[in-house]
Design a protein around this ligand. Structure first.
Ligand code: NAP
Length: 409
């Protein structure tokens, strides 16, 4: 397998075995895995010990061979006083980064012992922006009028493909002889990318039949699915959510071993580094909490790219305590569709009271409050000079001998 010089023969370029019905039967999965095991010389027993019946993977993965396993920890208590999320939560976090769960836990306990986190969902929609090509700039500009005059037709075509997707806005952006038409949808409790790409495609076909453009591509890149961008900072994907906490000075010292002024100093002193990096927004580690929660709860993990941008604020309160907030403008979370019903995801969502219809905003607010806990704890670890010590205590793993190597003579 590992040969840098030799060009593989056609016979060596073996295709993964196909089976009737796409091969989701237990026997198909086992024989695909056995084929791969023989090909690579690697026993794939751990991959084969799957808690998800193969048939349930249909629609989520092709050529299934089993599942991967991740350590799952729990952090809490997290008291949230939000709009959709109200109560005390214990948050499942799947990660391989030692110290992460302990760090989020510390932030959550500090928040919960200081009156809880307040959360608000500012906006909730998903966008898709097909691009239309015209003969020239003038025709592209005329497209604005066409869209304005045909709003209702475009809406009814788009909404004809979905029960839950509702068109909440249409925006035209002209760039030379191209025009991007942004469809803004409310997607209920689903992430909605399958839902809205199907809906937008139907509307685009109607636009083409009306003779309004030469051609279209369903994605233009403008709405920034699975990409960090200035557009994601503006809020093009999922929920735009904030979480905030005010922590009295003595609680800051008790939980974080530093003063509110240390947070403010750190916040000020790291602006320059973030500007130097060309960072989108300003935060410490949104991706850590978001990724761990997404894996635990069956979210599409690639959406971390758009979901983990945002802005953290540390300041002091009027009585000398710490003010902290996080804002995530493009947080894509779902409690229906995608991978939310697969195996352990179902249980993780259920333990947050976030399974099924009517729960997606709640999950978004829990995610934001979780992120806030992580920002507080990481900032404190840096400000108090404890970050390296914490990782040394909880997060070091030296290479372990492979049990197979030990077994071989
Ligand atoms: P989906 O699993 O394809 O569809 C979920 C469906 O559930 C909705 O379309 C909706 O049907 C139905 N539904 C039932 N109850 C609902 C409720 N309370 N709220 C909302 N919908 C409800 O999921 P999706 O969210 O549309 O798409 C997410 C998946 O798309 C992810 O797995 C992601 O990986 C993938 N993805 C797709 C693309 C793409 O280009 N297609 C791009 C990136 C990611 P109705 O529509 O009939 O209402």
């Amino acid at each position: 397998m590992d040969d840098r010089d030799a060009e593989p023969s056609p016979e060596a370029l073996k295709l993964v075995p196909r089976f009737q019905g796409q091969g989701y039967g237990d026997g198909h999965v086992a024989s695909r895995r056995a084929w791969l095991s023989e090909l690579t010389g690697v026993p794939l027993d751990a991959i084969g010990r799957s808690a998800i019946p193969a048939e349930e993977m249909r629609g989520n993965v092709e050529n299934p061979i089993g599942t991967v396993q991740m350590p799952l920890g729990v952090a809490g208590p997290l008291w949230i006083r939000g709009q959709a999320a109200c109560g005390v939560f214990y948050v499942p976090l799947a990660t391989t980064e030692g110290a992460l769960v302990r760090s989020y836990e510390r932030g959550m306990v500090a928040i919960s012992r200081s009156g809880g986190a307040v959360t608000r969902t500012h906006a909730d929609e998903n966008q898709i922006s097909p691009t239309f090509e015209f003969a020239d700039l003038a025709r592209a500009e005329e497209f604005r009028n066409f869209v304005e005059a045909n709003r209702e037709n475009i809406r009814s075509e788009a909404e004809s493909t979905t029960r839950h997707g509702k068109l909440v806005g249409l925006d035209v952006r002209v760039t030379g002889r191209l025009a991007q038409l942004t469809f803004r949808f409310s997607t209920g409790d689903a992430h909605g990318m399958n839902m809205i790409s199907k809906a937008a495609d139907r509307a685009c076909q109607w636009i083409m039949q009306a003779g309004a453009a030469r051609r279209y591509e369903i994605f233009s890149g403008l709405s920034s699915e699975k990409r960090p961008s200035a557009a994601a900072m503006r809020g093009t994907k999922g929920k735009n959510v904030s979480a905030e906490a005010m922590i009295p000075a003595q609680r800051v010292r008790q939980f974080f071993r530093c003063d509110p002024s240390d947070f403010v100093r750190l916040w000020r002193n790291t602006v320059v580094g973030n500007l130097g990096a060309g960072a989108l927004g300003y935060c410490a580690q949104y991706a850590n909490g978001i990724t761990a929660l997404f894996i635990a709860c069956g979210q599409d993990v690639a959406n971390v790219a758009n979901a983990a941008v945002g802005t953290t604020i540390f300041d002091t309160t009027e009585d000398g305590g710490l003010y902290a907030s996080v804002t995530l403008p493009s947080l894509t979370v779902a409690t229906v569709g995608g991978g939310v019903d697969l195996g352990t995801s179902r249980e993780c969502l259920a333990m947050l009271g976030c399974r099924g219809a009517g729960k997606a905003r709640k999950l978004g607010e829990i995610a934001a409050a979780t992120v806030l806990a992580g920002e507080l704890s990481m900032a404190a670890a840096i400000a108090a000079g404890e970050l390296v010590k914490a990782h040394n205590q909880y997060g070091r793993n030296r290479p372990k001998p492979d049990p197979q190597d030990a077994a071989s003579p």
